[in-house]
Design a protein around this ligand. Sequence first.
Ligand code: ACO
Length: 370
Amino acid sequence: MGCALVGCGKAIPALEVENTALEALVDTNDEWITTRTGIKSRRIAVEESSADLGEAAARQALGWTEGGHSERSFAPEEIDLIICATVTPDSIVPSTAGLLRRRLGLKSAIAFDVNAACTGFIYSATVAEAMMAASAPSADGSAGRNPIRRALVVGTERLTRLTNWADRNTCVLFGDGAGAAVLEWDESRPGILGSFIVNADDDENALTCPLSYGTDLPFDAQGVSSQSPALKDASAIRIDEELAIREAVESGNPRQTLRMNGPHVFKFAAEAMTEAVHRSLDRAGLSLDDIACIVPHQANERIIKYAAKKLHLPMDFFQLSIAEAGNTSAASVPMALADAYAEGRIRRGDKVILVAFGGGFTSGAIVYEA
Ligand code: ACO
């Protein structure tokens, strides 16, 4: 018995931006971006929110709309859990999973978000599987509390809202989108065969995005009140905040944008991907010979090439979706997975590896039987 992947889908924003359009923003060119990253274009969510994208991907995964891969159409009351992986929620409260619960009418579901950067989907699916296993009926047939048989796991991002569009080292890399999967506890299928998630310290702050809260404290560390917040009206707070952000941008140190030491992340990523593949296979009691295809996080085609070399695998073993998507963080793996199904790469009974790495640092992999 196991946790089977029974549906997946993806959604992309309407606006497509090609590499050449970035030449007007920073000192870069299509040739550099293509050869160093494999990216040709990306989608940018101008109008769509993270919940909009997540909702559209979820509807496909649930079998409610065309375009995804779903074994059947799931009724709203069948979904017991929603986990949404994102670093770009529309709001801190409610969670994006909570927004999806309301929009999709999944009234029976527990809903919460997970932030594990680009590994978010792998972490979320691992948590969902663990919650299902913990609540599965015991040998005497009695179910645990909150029995969870089906989970909707979504990765949705608008990374372009955290992008410093003046920094050529990062602005060429990111894109927006969402992917979703439905997991079902099934006594007759093996489903997830092994998973491995791990954290490492990002000691050199190679990948960070500071948080800018909406207001300043009216107290100093000694508890002395500098200015009553009551005297500071809402518009004044907003103006201060805008000023602070403008000053930060002008000083070349914008708040709340992703900062990255690319080569440092590259080094971590290449090692983390290969380790996660091996460790998840060990846990599943399998070898690479048993695997039909690998769906990796789409951060940089060169990282995937490096992993292919280390694993002694040909590149066509890997799903490649980066050319028209860029790095969509937690959405990347489920979007690429939806592509793999759409391209007919994954058939029932195939054993597949999902693998990712991301800020934090996080990394992990899941091996499942389709
Ligand atoms: N256009 C033209 N030149 C550029 C650009 C650009 N867009 N960006 C950097 N360069 C220049 C650099 O300034 C440097 O010039 P210099 O030699 O004169 O100093 C030169 O190109 C080489 O720069 P590197 O950083 O060494 O280039 P590299 O080959 O390492 O590629 C890249 C950079 C693409 C960022 C790569 O390091 C990478 O992909 N790293 C991993 C990124 C990643 O996976 N991030 C995950 C994010 S996960 C998350 O949680 C969001």
